[in-house]
Design a binder for this molecule. Structure first.
Ligand SMILES: C[S@@+](CC[C@H](N)C(=O)[O-])C[C@H]1O[C@@H](n2cnc3c(N)ncnc32)[C@H](O)[C@@H]1O
Length: 192
């Protein structure tokens, strides 16, 4: 069974960005809809709720069914999906509560390059492929068609992640954190 990711520095950095940025986004759009891909322990869902997003507008998914069940038990909408697999389905094959497009999509992805030392039950949360960017790059390709007009993405990455392809997203770094072995970044991405 895959482990649920226990919040780490990356989780706390993204959570802090949500706390700082959500109030302004809500002042412009009180009905802001929020999707987290890869919700894990639900830390970001709790922050989104605490920051004022209406519970019925908070949606989430994870590829790990244990994490999905955990977030559902916390009372959040959560569905098992590989990235946007479920969200891109035609309405009849989607859950009625599961919109196709969102105002804010967030992802704290598995971003590390493959490492044979990594235990197999935590790989799903940490390893992003050979270069570390494979899951991120798939996410970036798919996310475009799930953003509302003026929608934004908050994405966490690391300097250890190689060859991220940001496509034609407009991008800005919202937060950085230097750790002793890596540097973390939170990006705001939007389509112009
Ligand atoms: C680094 S953890 C982040 C967990 C939590 N959001 C946090 O900030 O602590 C990455 C999460 O992404 C999930 N994940 C990995 N690959 C995925 C995929 N292809 N689609 C959806 N979720 C995925 C993992 O199961 C894990 O819960």
């Amino acid at each position: 069974m895959n482990k649920i990711y226990s919040p780490e520095e990356d989780s706390y950095l993204l959570s802090k960005v949500l706390e700082n940025k959500i109030p302004k986004l809500l002042s412009e759009n009180p009905d802001l809809t929020f999707l987290e891909i890869g919700s894990g322990s639900g830390i970001q869902l709790k922050t989104a709720l605490k920051s004022g997003i209406k519970k019925q507008n908070i949606f989430s998914s994870d590829i790990n069914i244990t994490a999905v069940e955990y977030c559902k038990n916390l009372g959040f909408n959560c569905i098992k999906s590989d990235l946007f697999e479920v969200f891109k389905r035609k309405i009849k094959r989607r859950k009625p509560w599961c919109p196709r497009k969102y105002d804010l999509i967030i992802f704290n992805p598995p971003y590390l390059p493959e490492n044979s030392q990594e235990p197999s039950d935590s790989k799903i949360s940490t390893t992003g492929g050979k270069k570390g960017s494979e899951i991120i790059n798939k996410f970036l390709k798919q996310a475009k068609s799930h953003l509302n007009k003026n929608g934004k993405i908050f994405l966490l990455t690391s300097n250890l992640t190689k060859e991220i392809d940001f496509l034609n997203y407009e991008k800005k770094i919202l937060a950085k954190k230097k750790l002793f072995f890596e540097e973390l970044f939170v990006w705001r991405l939007s389509i112009t």
